[in-house]
Design a protein around this ligand. Structure first.
Ligand code: ZN
Ligand code: ZN
Length: 1016
């Protein structure tokens, strides 16, 4: 059983368009009828194909923001549109539940400062429970938003990345990597957040907004050459703490280095930097003694100055011949600073590779909080960046400091905690995506991105092709399924819970979940030596969780059916996030140069009305859940698609929802109301009075043919722009059709014909209804993916009222197709000419101060033959639109208009019009009548009369004798215009028992009263 709309057919659309009430009513209708599920089931059973799709899972660590609401609107647009086209799309929700973002949110709520405190005070078990509570709390907000937005996403079929079943399928992807030798453990320099106490992936470091202006010390210092008394290398750094882990200096082999005499000393630096640097250091007296090649400096030993503070450095020097010597490297930049860099392989990626190449030991004496360990000697226990000042002081006391001053520069911070990132060498697990980079790029190049800038951004990021560090030293995450033997170091990867249970030394009692701490309690027997294997204490990068979704969220059968999916859309920030991890994991899984998506639309971010980023500190964040309590979801949806191209940043201004957007939707609403009231009055029967019928009856006129032809153009343009994801242009074509074509042009052309109950013209009226039924119903269908509430309401309250055999929801209706037989280029061109001439006449009227409502006697059009021919075909309509009694068409200007006396001219291109401005008594009377009729019509509307209501009487008072005399001949016409049985013209307000409404007519006052049966 389908629940009915509460309203009956009599007054089914209220006088005002109240979207919030309407939407609540539609929402109830969908929920009572289980429309979402019925629609999905109907399309799953009966479709013309699949449209694969997988949800980009929102992370449940916070409330949705307005950018999410916009993105979700785009997804729902796609779903409703493809569904109406006859496809089945698995529009199923999904949630990203684990990882650092969730952990940090929980830490904040528990009031713990760091991981150590967390583990000591809270413990892993309780922490996991708290994480689950937090995701459920935010889940509710997301579901609320989807409900308000009218999203038809299936929440019952949602995937959750923390469920065992999901994790097991994610493990299977890792197994594929393991088997291909693409998953390995290794030391590597990673970006590390001391606050979150975990490494970050390369992608995370490059996030939008992670680079911020910070102040660091800019330090020029010198290292003495080991066998010289007064000769030094001049070096620059902004991270003095890295001097503690320094093991080499590097110069560029092909550059020239100068030996410069400064006072008693000789400084070595790259030649082209001598002059600017001496200026910067304010050293006026200096002399270049000689120039040597970078190559010749190789192997020069320098005196590492802190061997007393860091005894381990002295040991390192003995352990390898290249420690504390100069090496040559091409990456050394000779255009800035001194052209000599010091290398700390424990704290820099390039430094690290330079050391690895030469088998130099990596010195990285840091703990998890990035404090120096005992190997850091004097600096033991101090956070790395806090030793910056200590190091500067040590340099100063040893006479090695040249200059120190603060410098502001861009430096990456953690995207979650905003703590400064530190690079350091750590033992991590990597997916060696660098090894499959060419396959990944080949896959990415085949994808459609709709916009070049997004494509370029994505491809250039992928070209970096660095290994992907997937291990995180955290708690709440999918565990890394690698177990390692404590005896022989052998490793094994487990790809399912069953396999784990099979191989466990002690089977756990009862069920357990695939999370820390439970999974860590399971040990395995080493197949090589019989020793005990423990799980490597890492969880997976949360991007690895969501990147597994095309495989992990489906069954094998579904995976085969839906993946690669046809279309995905997410924010532009996901180039480094989900789009990247999806692509990498799928390439690993299948081994094929193929992406799991055929098209990816990246969306620009949402900013505030002034174009600023939305942030808590600026206080300009918009909560979409609150926004949608005040504004209609349809308006939000239309606006967020219409305002700018999907790829551009959108400056979101809630006030704009009430302006143009409201006007468009309200106009569509009122056009439907206008149609249904008139159609019901004349007993229009959509089954009988079809366009075919109207054509056979020869009742279709030029305006109808024109409208139907324009409609085809709109269906084509709109659908085409949806295909190319140019939503803003798609919306513009809808807007233009509703506001311009229908409301401003077509309806005024036919309104007068409908404004009568004359039985002899009934067939013509029914033909207009047939045209409007076809056109407006098509618009309701085209609008449905954008404004599902309004479309459903109109479908129910207008179209199903007139034709109960229609589908029980608008979503089950089919997508409108272009009907070639309704195209009419000739009429369209004639109308183009017509509208051009009409606006010329309006311009002429305006120039002469003649209102459009005032009838005039004559117009002369001077134009080429083809223009005149087109106009003559629509002459009757032309005269009506310009409100002139007769037109003369000519190709030559006559003498009469030449003098211009009594004529108002206007021209554009080859068309000239001359309007006869003379008005006799009849024209003056008709003009006043039209002015007054318009006021009565406005009053009718204001008092809530239906357009079809016939009034008993209309009284017009406070008129002067002159006006009454001029008006008298037009009383009959006026009766018809205002739909009243009688119209009375009076000097004084004789009628006592009525309500008078005063109104201004040019300089004079008039009073109007309406008498109706209601008031008797
Ligand atoms: Zn952090
Ligand atoms: Zn072993």
């Amino acid at each position: 059983m389908t629940a009915k709309f509460e309203t009956n057919s009599e007054k089914n659309l209220t006088v005002e368009y109240n979207p919030l009430e309407l939407e609540e009513e539609v929402r109830r209708f969908w929920e009572q009828n289980d429309t979402l599920r019925k629609l999905a089931e109907a399309k799953e059973k009966n479709n013309k194909g699949f449209h694969g799709w997988v949800e980009g899972p929102p992370t449940l660590n916070g409330a949705p923001h307005v950018g999410h609401a916009r993105g979700r609107t785009m997804k729902d647009l796609r779903y409703r549109w493809k569904t109406m086209q006859g496809y089945f799309m698995p529009f199923w929700a999904g949630w990203d539940c684990q990882g650092l973002p969730v952990e940090l949110e929980v830490e904040k709520q528990l009031g713990v400062k760091n991981k150590r405190e967390l583990l000591e005070r809270v413990g892993e078990e309780r922490f996991v429970e708290e994480c689950k509570k937090v995701i459920m709390k935010y889940h509710k907000m997301w579901v609320d938003l989807d409900r308000k937005l009218g999203l038809f996403i299936d929440h019952e079929k949602a995937y959750w990345t923390y469920h065992d079943a999901y994790i097991e399928r994610e493990w299977q992807i890792l197994k594929r990597a393991w088997d291909q030798d693409l998953l390995e453990e290794g030391h590597y320099v990673v970006a590390y957040c001391p606050s979150c106490q975990t490494s970050l992936s390369n992608a995370e470091v490059g996030y939008e907004g992670s680079y911020v202006q910070v102040e660091d010390p800019s330090v020029y210092f010198k290292f003495r050459l080991a066998d010289r008394k007064n000769e030094y290398f001049l070096i620059w750094t902004t991270m003095p703490f890295t001097l503690i882990t320094d093991t080499m200096l590097a110069v560029r082999p092909d550059a020239h280095y100068a030996k410069v005499k400064v006072g008693d000393e000789v400084w070595i630096l790259v030649s082209q930097r001598v002059e600017p640097l001496m200026k910067e250091l304010k050293i006026e007296k200096y002399k270049i003694l000689e120039t040597v090649s970078g190559e010749s400096l190789e192997n020069t030993k320098y005196e590492f100055p802190f061997k007393d503070l860091v005894p381990r450095q002295a040991e390192l020097e003995k352990s390898h011949p290249l420690v504390h010597k100069v090496i040559t490297e091409d990456f050394v930049d000779v255009e800035t600073a001194t052209g000599i860099v010091h290398l700390s392989p424990g704290n820099g990626e390039e430094d690290f590779f330079a050391a690895m190449k030469r088998h130099i030991p990596i010195f990285a004496p840091f703990d998890d909080e990035v404090k120096f360990t005992a190997e850091g000697g004097r600096f033991c226990g101090v956070f790395a960046r806090d030793t910056d000042a200590m190091v500067v002081e040590e340099l100063r006391s040893r006479g090695l400091l040249v200059e120190v001053k603060p410098v502001k520069h861009e430096y990456p911070t953690c995207w979650r905690s905003h703590h400064k990132i530190v690079w350091l060498a750590r033992k991590e697990y990597f997916l060696r995506t660098d090894k499959i980079n060419s396959r990944v790029l080949e896959a990415a190049e085949k994808v459609t991105y709709f916009y070049d800038e997004a494509r370029n951004r994505f491809l250039s990021f992928l070209k970096e092709g660095k290994p992907w560090c997937i291990s995180r030293e955290r708690v709440w995450g999918a565990p890394l399924p690698v177990w390692k033997c404590t005896e022989c170091g052998a490793k094994t990867l487990v790809a399912s819970k069953n396999e784990l249970l099979d191989r466990a030394i002690d089977k756990p009692k009862g069920d357990f979940e695939l999370h820390k701490p439970w999974v860590d309690r399971i040990t395995l027997r080493c197949e090589k030596c019989g020793g005990t294997m423990h799980r490597e204490d890492f969880v997976l990068d949360t991007w690895h969780n969501s990147g597994a979704s095309p495989y992990a969220r489906f069954t094998d059968e579904e995976f085969k059916k839906y993946v690669p999916v046809d279309f995905l859309t997410e924010g532009i920030d996901q180039t480094r996030g989900w789009a990247n991890s999806l692509l990498l994991e799928y390439t690993i899984l299948t081994g094929k140069p193929e992406a799991p998506f055929k098209a990816f639309l990246f969306q620009g971010l949402v900013q505030d009305a002034r174009g600023r980023k939305m942030s808590k500190s600026l206080g300009n964040v918009i909560d979409p859940n609150k926004l949608l309590e005040k504004y209609s979801a349809d308006a939000f949806r239309f606006y967020s698609l219409r305002k700018s191209s999907p790829i551009d940043f959108i400056n979101f201004d809630p006030n704009e929802l009430g302006r143009r957007t409201y006007q468009v939707l309200s106009t569509l609403y009122h056009l439907n109301r206008f149609f249904v009231q008139n159609a019901e009055f004349d007993n229009f029967d959509s089954g009988k009075h079809t366009l075919e019928w109207a054509r056979k009856e020869e009742q279709l006129k030029n305006p109808d043919l024109w409208l139907l032809s324009k409609l085809q153009e709109t269906i084509e343009a709109y659908t085409g722009k949806l295909e190319t994801s140019e939503y803003n242009l798609a919306m513009a074509s809808l807007e233009d059709f509703v506001i311009e074509t229908l409301s401003r042009l077509y309806v005024p052309m036919v309104r007068k014909e409908l404004w009568t109950d004359d039985p002899t013209t009934l067939a013509r009226r029914l033909a207009v209804y047939a045209t409007l039924w076809h056109t407006l119903r098509t618009m309701v269908l085209l609008f449905n993916p954008v404004t599902p509430y309004l479309s459903e309401a109109l479908h129910q309250k207008v179209y199903r009222q007139l034709d109960p055999t229609l589908q029980e929801t608008v979503n089950l209706e089919s997508w409108p197709q272009v009907e070639e037989k309704l195209r009419n280029k000739k009429v369209e061109e004639e109308f183009l000419t017509l509208f051009k001439c009409v606006s010329l006449v309006y311009a002429a009227r305006q120039g002469a101060g003649l209102k459009r409502r005032w009838p005039l006697n004559k117009l002369v059009v001077v134009a080429p033959e083809e223009v005149l021919a087109a106009l003559k075909n629509v002459e009757e309509l032309f005269l009506e639109l310009i409100n002139v009694k007769a037109t003369e068409f000519t190709t030559e200007r006559t003498k009469e208009q030449g003098s211009l006396d009594g004529w108002a001219p206007a021209s554009e291109g080859c068309i000239q019009v001359f309007l006869d401005v003379r008005r006799d008594e009849a024209l003056l009377g008709a003009g006043i009548m039209r002015d007054l009729a318009r006021r009565v019509q406005a009053l009718r509307k204001e008092l809530g009369y239906m357009p079809t209501d016939v009034l008993e009487a209309v009284y017009l008072s406070d008129l002067d004798d002159e006006s009454i005399k001029l008006l008298k001949p037009f009383v009959a016409e006026m009766k018809e215009l205002v739909r009243a049985k009688t119209v009375h013209l009076q000097k004084d307000r004789e009628q006592k028992n009525v309500q008078w409404h005063e109104s201004q007519l040019d300089e004079k006052k008039v009073a109007i009263a309406i008498l109706d049966k209601r008031e008797k």
